[in-house]
Design a protein around this ligand. Structure first.
Ligand code: C2E
Ligand code: MG
Ligand code: MG
Length: 721
């Protein structure tokens, strides 16, 4: 070989070596591990990244080393790292892979925290060129994802929530198991179906329509609610939410979302709803539900050209029951009243509690207003039946006001306000009745309010005084006592009748203070008469049932009498008859205490209430005052006469004196004398007059007595001579 040739060869070799080195440098710069085995299975070459990847066996990785040799050391390494296979098994597997005719592709975990993607390819000469890519990071994310997925799945299995997916046709492709299985249903049954092809309940046509539009427009949706009936036939409320899914190109590929069983929440909601709409004590709809029902009834009535009616019901003197018998008794009365009212109306009507002792009834499709009157009558009749509560027999009467829609107003507020006015009218007319609203009632209510204020003011001023009306022994026509009757002279209104202001005083509680005032005035009057020839005359005082429910009376009355030096027999107490009187423990106690003080008790307006003979005996009543209504119609009304005779006979049989009040005609007087009535009071005999007039009458009676006595004495003297 000549020098020139040698030189050329050397140059070419150097050039090729330089290219080779360049290539090696390039390979070493790669982030991929590269290895090359010749057909003889000896290592030809590996780059730096490859050596880094197999750092633990790096000293072996020198050109010329046999693959099997490397595999053996590597296998030992693996076993040291925790591989459970034997050395032979590992080497056999490695050599098998290495020699695989089509090459080898795999993701291999090479140590606890490292994954490699291995790709071995056969070269044209029968060698192997291999590439190694570190995929640890990707594997880690995948693993984390898988773990979170399985956690999510576990969660779904455990909770009442579930997960679902739909394809672009909105057919279910995935429905997670848990909840559906808990319901005893098969999630497989849903696959391939659209939501509206499932047997779901509780969704209106409108709601389906909206849901379908939303999903077809590929919009997200939230809280779509429906009901499923489980395998046991139990109904479950569920709520689902879903989001549309788009691929990288923005094409819609379906929906995915979750579902939740909201049955428990629905139950709470229903309970809260109930609490918000129903009265706790009576279970009746409350005002807010009535509002809703009214709105509905009004629409219906408008369409059908019907009318509605509203009844405002207030229980008379209910406060007294609460005060004297306790709230538990009051509550039971309210509950039973509610029950009675509910039974009286149709299912389409609404009975609601308005608060306290007030009830509202909305009647729909009433037709003739006369029908409403009939229902009001029925309510009055039905509530008149005594209530049996805690060993008491109680009568609770209602006062009712009625308004009609649309005549009296077209919104509920107006109807209620006017019905309230009409109800007050019923109360002022003597309670236990119903009144249809009339516009002029409005002014009466104002009048009542004005009276109430005036009454408060009057207590401080000197507007009250007493008139006295004598009571006569009928046979002898002699005055035997006098009843004090309260008068109120209002500065502008003039004389206001007790029938007008006493009920107001009772309702407002002012009657206690007014009653004290009457006691004070009667005692003063009585003590003024002490030194006169009329000191013997008993005076009668009217007591309200309200006063008899307040022990205050026991503090005031005996003390005032002692203060004025009055003996117990010098006053008679007139008590208006009510059933409640007989049933209240407080009242019974007060009456017995008064009785023990030696005071005489008279039952006023007898025949209008509900007292029984047991009551009369128990409290050792002295007199019965037969109500005016029995006397008024004598002699025209045989019934009244028979009743009056009956009362007189009965009273006499148990040793009670009887008084007839309101005697206006001679015929009445004759009848009463004939029937054996002991005493009488009335315009025929004497009107209520001032105390001075009473004293004049008494003086006259005394003069007449004296004249008669003188004449008698004179006559007897004549006879004697
Ligand atoms: P009352 O206790 O039944 O009193 C009898 C009423 O009948 C009195 O009416 C009296 O004026 C009236 N009267 C008497 N004779 C006749 C008659 O022949 N014909 C007619 N039509 N009426 C007659 P007055 O004074 O208007 O009192 C009405 C009611 O007011 C009394 O009924 C009583 O319940 C109550 N009242 C009066 N004063 C008091 C009082 O000081 N305290 C209380 N709590 N109530 C009183
Ligand atoms: Mg009286
Ligand atoms: Mg009377």
């Amino acid at each position: 070989m000549n020098d020139a040739l040698m030189h050329d060869l050397e140059r070419a070799l150097a050039a090729s070596e330089a290219r080779f080195n360049e290539m090696i440098q390039a390979l070493d710069a790669l982030n991929i591990g590269v290895v090359h085995y010749g057909p003889d299975d000896r290592l030809r070459f590996c780059n730096r990244r490859f050596r880094e990847m197999y750092a633990s066996i790096a000293p072996l990785l020198t050109p010329g080393r046999l693959y099997a040799e490397i595999a053996l050391v590597y296998a030992q390494e693996r076993i040291a790292q925790g591989d459970r296979r034997t050395e032979d098994e590992i080497v056999a597997a490695m050599v098998g892979n290495h020699r695989a005719p089509d090459g080898f592709d795999s993701e291999v975990q090479v140590s606890a925290d490292r994954w490699l993607l291995i790709q071995d390819r056969r070269t044209a000469t029968g060698g192997v060129i291999g590439f190694r890519l570190d995929i640890t990071e990707r594997k880690k994310t995948e693993k984390a994802l898988a773990e979170s997925e399985s956690r999510f799945r576990d969660l779904l299995e455990m909770s009442s929530d579930w997960y679902w997916e739909q394809d672009a046709e909105l057919r279910f492709t995935v429905v997670s198991e848990g909840h559906i299985r808990q319901l005893g249903l098969n999630p497989e049954d849903r696959i391939g179906k659209r939501r509206w092809e499932l047997n779901l309940e509780g969704v209106s046509e409108e709601q389906w329509e909206r849901h379908r539009r939303q999903t077809e427009a590929h919009e997200p949706f939230r809280h779509f609610e429906y009901q499923v009936v489980d395998a046991r036939g139990e109904r479950h409320h569920v709520s689902i939410s879903g989001d549309p899914v788009f691929d990288a190109k923005g094409t819609f590929i379906g929906y995915r979302g979750t579902g939740t069983d909201i049955s428990q929440r629905k139950r709470y909601e229903a309970r809260i709803q109930e609490m918000a709409e129903y009265d706790f004590l009576t279970g009746l709809p409350n005002r807010s539900l009535l509002n809703a029902r009214f709105a509905q009834a009004e629409r219906q009535a408008r369409r059908a050209g019907q009318s509605l009616a509203l009844l405002f019901i207030d229980l008379d003197r209910f406060k007294n029951i609460n005060d004297s018998l306790g709230h538990h008794v009051g509550d039971q009365i309210l509950a039973e009243t509610a029950e009675r009212l509910r039974r009286l109306v149709r299912a389409t009507d609404t009975v609601s509690r308005h608060g306290g002792d007030e009830f509202l009834i909305l009647l729909v499709d009433v037709g003739d207003p006369a029908n409403v009157g009939r229902i009001a009558e029925q309510i009055l009749a039905d509530l008149a039946r005594p209530f049996q509560v805690a060993g008491h027999e109680l009568i609770v009467t209602p006062s009712i006001g009625v308004t009609l829609w649309p005549v009296d107003g077209d919104d509920l507020t107006t109807l209620v306000r006017k019905a309230d006015v009409a109800m007050y009218h019923s109360k002022s007319m003597g309670r236990n009745q119903f009144s249809m609203f009339r516009e002029e009632m409005n002014t009466r209510v104002h009048e009542r309010l004005a009276l109430e204020n005036a009454l408060r003011r009057a207590l401080g001023s000197d507007e009250f005084f007493l008139d006295y009306q004598p009571l006569f022994e009928l046979k002898s026509r002699r005055i035997v006592s006098a009843e004090a009757l309260l008068r109120w002279r209002h500065p502008e209104l003039g004389l206001v009748a007790p029938d007008r202001f006493i009920p107001i005083a009772e309702d407002t509680g002012l009657i206690i203070a007014i009653g004290d005032l009457v006691i004070q005035k009667v005692c003063e009057q009585k003590s003024r008469m002490a030194s006169s020839p009329h000191a013997w005359l008993p005076l009668a005082v009217n007591l309200s049932a309200i006063q008899l429910r307040d022990r205050h009376l026991l503090d005031v009355l005996p003390a005032k009498m002692r203060e004025h030096g009055l003996s117990p027999g010098s006053l008679e107490l007139e008590i208006t008859e009510t059933l409640l009187l007989s049933e209240s423990e407080v009242t019974a106690g007060i009456l017995q205490a008064l009785r023990r003080e030696g005071m005489r008790l008279v039952i006023d307006d007898f025949g209008t209430g509900y007292s029984n003979m047991g009551f009369l005996r128990r409290f050792a009543i002295d007199k019965l005052k037969i109500d005016q209504s029995f006397i008024r119609d004598i002699p025209a009304d045989y019934n009244a006469m028979a009743l009056a005779r009956g009362i007189i006979g009965l009273a006499r049989s148990i040793g009670l004196r009887t008084v007839a009040e309101g005697i206006e005609t001679q015929a009445q007087l004759d009848f009463l004398i004939d029937a054996g009535c002991d005493e009488g009071q009335g315009y025929l005999l004497a009107r209520p007059e001032s105390c001075d007039t009473l004293i004049n009458l008494l003086d006259l009676q005394r003069e007449a007595d004296q004249t008669r006595m003188a004449r008698l004495r004179f006559l007897s003297r004549l006879k004697g001579t």
